[in-house]
Ligand binder design. Sequence first.
Ligand code: AMP
Length: 215
Amino acid sequence: MNIILLGPPGAGKGTQARHLVDTRGMVQLSTGDMLREAKDSGTEMGKIVAGVMARGELVTDEIVIGLIREKLSGDNGGGFIFDGFPRTLAQADALGDLLAATGQKLDAVIEMEVDDEALVARITARSTCGSCGEVYNDQTKPQPADGKCSKCGASNFKRRADDNEESLRTRLMEYYKKTSPLIGYYYAKGALTKVDGLGEIDAVARAIERVLDKA
Ligand code: AMP
């Protein structure tokens, strides 16, 4: 089963994708994670995208489609979770073509609905474990008092460089201008289901599970 988690920055796509990796053996394909890896390891592509990402703008379709193309022929375990991809109509078309070319299909597109105020609050409070990627929130899920990640025990917590108010404003604008048209695109294909992304992490996870059980 292959699914897309669609929603603005801070909607909880990464958190829910990680849950599905744990519970269903699915494979998370986060273009944001792939781009951050390229940036951190100083590859040519990483150098090109670093400034774009820091400003909160979108990286070119060509680059992200190339990243996804490389992964689609790999092992997909219990299916792919596309997290943060597609973000433009051109990327959505390319994904459809790539899946068809590799004999795969899209089973569900889940739109995670969250209001803008909640997004800003979530993102500015967000940190992650630098080793396993577990997501923490200063208010709702603070880093453990012993300074060790509750999932893997490491103690190198990170905050994303683009989780500041200025790039967040740009990221939200990019979402509304370029990514939100995908809601209509997938609705018209009969693939879209909306899930309330505002609840507790477990409640959102259960809502997503219900969608997948029916897909
Ligand atoms: P994310 O981790 O999904 O919030 O992505 C972080 C940043 O990576 C975004 O603000 C963009 O600069 C870039 N990025 C991630 N995925 C895409 C994509 N599908 N298309 C274009 N840019 C992307």
